[in-house]
Design a protein around this ligand. Structure first.
Ligand code: ZN
Length: 288
């Protein structure tokens, strides 16, 4: 009896090990944005969930969640990537549900601005807004990835890029609009604001406009001069216009410039829900 039990146990163990091996061979695993998603409604409460996994560990389970509201007055595409920037995410969800369009947001178990993943027994940390050029991905990921692990990270970046390209396609205005929050510069010292955008003239920016009636932490960034001019004509906001060749930091905007895609960044102070909503809704009202 004992030997029979031993046999069963060994068989189970062997099989689970085999299963594990089979799983390891299939990583990274991922799902793609289906072509027909545009016809369907996905609410903020029940988004469509796309998966990417570097391996079976819980920390490696990454998602892109899709909120989609077709056949409404607006049809813009929004992208959110920093998990702790909750005001921007909520504002995006609310306004896609109200006015239409698509919001895709990145969700990962670490739940903070930076992502943490485990590849071949190494823990890597990176800011998802420093991965959009190969140079920055290789240089800014911590620790610096070896050749094999860098390849895995590149698969993740391609998955995000493919999803963004598919999501923006087939729209009247195929722009990519990124939603971010930043800290209050009046309280936390100078980090990111329309004032720091001015300091980046000739390194990242070619033009910057400051509206004295706006909070310095709330501003747009555009990659196309036509977008900059259009927003200036309607609301004279705080806004910066990127250079045709800004510093290569691995920003989403760096990649958008290379692809020559119309890109708008909506940067709002954390918890300033009122202005976050206004800044997004003005785009939905005017960008057709
Ligand atoms: Zn951000």
């Amino acid at each position: 009896m004992r030997s029979y039990l031993f046999f069963i146990l060994t068989t189970i163990l062997l099989q689970s090990e085999l299963l594990l091996c089979a799983e390891i061979n299939t990583f990274p695993a991922f799902s793609e944005l289906p072509a027909d998603y545009r016809a369907k409604t996905y609410t903020p409460e029940n988004p469509l969930i796309l998966h990417f996994s570097f391996g079976p560990e819980p920390i490696n389970q990454i998602e892109l969640r899709v909120v989609n509201n077709p056949r409404m007055k607006s049809d813009l595409f929004f992208f959110h990537m920093h998990n702790n920037e909750v005001t921007a995410l909520k504002a995006g969800e609310k306004l896609v549900a109200k006015n239409g369009g698509t919001l895709i947001y990145l969700k990962h178990p670490h739940g903070q601005r930076d992502m943490k993943v485990r590849i071949n027994n190494t823990n890597y940390t990176f800011d998802p807004n420093r991965i959009f050029t190969s140079k920055a991905l290789a240089e800014k990921t911590q620790p610096i990835p070896n050749v094999d692990d860098l390849k895995e990270l590149e698969k993740f970046v391609s998955w995000i890029k493919r999803t963004i390209l598919k999501a923006r396609a087939n729209r009247l205005r195929p722009a990519v609009i990124a939603l971010h929050n930043n800290t209050d510069d009046n309280i936390h010292g100078e980090r990111l604001s329309i004032l720091t955008e001015k300091k980046l003239l000739n390194s990242d920016n070619r033009m910057v406009h400051q509206n004295p009636n706006w909070d310095i932490d709330n501003f747009y960034t555009a990659t196309w001069k036509s977008t900059f001019d259009f927003l200036m004509a309607i609301i004279q906001p705080n806004i910066s216009l990127r250079l045709e060749k800004p510093r290569n930091i691995g920003y989403l905007s760096n990649w958008m410039i290379v692809e020559n895609i119309e890109y708008i960044l909506v940067e709002t102070e954390h918890q300033d829900e009122e202005n976050n909503l206004k800044m997004i809704e003005v785009l939905q009202a005017h960008l057709k």
